[in-house]
Ligand binder design. Structure first.
Ligand code: GRF
Length: 204
């Protein structure tokens, strides 16, 4: 299955997907990486791997609809079948999300539905939760919302700072995003109503 990966910065989750796709048995390949920031470090990483990249800068467009139309055209031109948001810092409108219904995944560094939005690690530490983590979910028009594909749990240590916690969670992100994308790309994970059903998993 052909993936389009949308980034805004570092691109370490994108790199984890590239790494997974090196395995000939992996059911997906990265067809295109798009960044809305020309200086995103992840663009260099992708280009170094010979993966086509594009910059579609939202600031160059007159409104969200025009920006998203450009995204849509680039993804369709590259024959992308599944869109993976990987640190993509733009909210997508219902128009775009519905046009790609059940074909957009996102990774978020908390155990959704807890701690949607930004500054999640600060907020998790401040709330005193003992366990946080990361979630791969199917994208719905509401921010950080949608059927959950995979989650990883990560403990919060007493001396954690947002930075040390983010680093511990990121390692788990790099494991669960390729896993979740693989489940989708192979057809083993499917959206059924508001949930994701995974073949062979009788608990969901
Ligand atoms: C990750 O923590 C991801 O969960 C969040 O943004 C961060 C992106 O990091 N959505 P990277 O660009 O993949 O390194």
């Amino acid at each position: 299955m052909r993936l389009g990966v949308l980034i805004s910065g570092r691109g370490s989750n994108m790199a984890a997907l590239i790494e997974a796709a090196r395995d000939p048995a992996y059911p997906a390949e990265i067809a295109l990486v798009i960044s809305n920031n020309a200086d995103a470090k992840g663009l260099e990483t992708a280009a170094a791997e010979g993966i086509p990249t594009a910059v579609i800068d939202h600031r160059a467009f007159d409104g969200r609809a025009a920006f998203e139309a450009a995204l849509d055209t680039a993804l369709r031109d590259a024959e992308v079948e599944l869109v993976c948001l990987a640190g993509f810092m733009r909210l997508l409108t219902a128009g775009f999300v519905n046009a790609w219904a059940d074909r957009i995944l996102n990774i978020h560094p908390s155990l959704l539905p807890a701690f949607k939005g930004l500054h999640v690690h600060e907020r998790a530490i401040a709330a005193g939760v003992r366990i946080t983590g990361c979630t791969v979910h199917v994208v719905r028009p509401e921010m950080d919302d949608g059927p959950i594909v995979a989650q990883g749990a990560v403990p919060i240590m007493p001396d954690d700072t947002p930075e040390t916690l983010a680093a511990r969670i990121l390692e788990v992100e790099h494991a669960i995003y390729p896993l979740a994308v693989g489940l989708f790309a192979s057809g083993k994970a499917k959206v059924v109503g508001q949930r994701v059903k995974i073949a062979g998993d009788t608990s969901v």
